[in-house]
Design a protein around this ligand. Structure first.
Ligand code: G1P
Length: 194
């Protein structure tokens, strides 16, 4: 493993993996974005890369002000119905007024090794960090980035509600825990009149 040592941003962290990745395409999974095991997202991203040769980022439509917590994609064609769309750019945590779309970057990425040269060129951006989003914007400007728009199966366990929902849903899915836990949960909900 590689230790980042200093919190200099996601782009900086990824740059440290360069020697380990070598010359192959690779995926990046942010562990606070949890995907349900039934989600085909990563397989679909790999298939999209195999079809197009481009890097691919997972995107989800996020309405209203919540968009300000995310990197936001600029679609090359606003009317592209997807689910795989070509991207023209990317902005890290814009204000709602400046957001170029409602397509938020979720923590699943597939990159070609080209991303490392772009990370090397990035200057500290939002929050003074080396932002992966800025390196991706460079790749998108060269026509090297696709987005895959998905809808379900994601828990943002950096928020308290999703942290709790993920634990309950994943426990219910397990053969060894689900039946008893589900029975208890049902009783609790009835008792509380929820
Ligand atoms: C990071 C990325 C952001 C992305 C988000 C997804 O932000 O910088 O582009 O939308 O993960 O969860 P963070 O949540 O680490 O602030």
């Amino acid at each position: 493993y590689v230790r980042q040592g200093e919190p200099l941003g996601l782009g900086h962290a990824l740059g440290l993996a360069r020697e380990h990745v070598g010359e192959y395409p690779f995926v990046v999974l942010l562990p606070d974005d949890l995907m349900h095991h039934s989600s085909p997202l990563l397989c679909d991203m790999i298939a999209a890369h195999q079809r197009t040769g481009r890097s691919v980022v997972a995107l989800k439509r996020v309405p209203g002000k919540a968009i300000e917590s995310y990197g936001v994609a600029v679609p090359a064609d606003k009317d592209d119905a997807g689910p795989v769309i070509e991207l023209a750019g990317m902005v890290e945590k814009p204000s709602l007024a400046e957001a170029p779309s409602d397509l938020a970057i979720m923590g699943r990425y597939l990159f070609t090794p080209e991303i490392f040269d772009l990370i090397d060129q990035v200057q500290p951006g939002a929050a003074g960090e080396i932002q992966l989003t800025d390196a991706m914007a460079g790749l998108a400007a060269k026509g090297g980035m696709s987005g895959l728009v998905f809808e379900t199966g994601r828990f943002d366990i950096g928020t308290k509600p999703d942290f709790l929902k993920a634990r309950v849903e994943f426990a219910l899915d397990r053969d060894d825990l689900g039946p008893d836990f589900g029975k208890w949960l049902g009783e609790l909900v009835r008792e509380r009149g929820l």
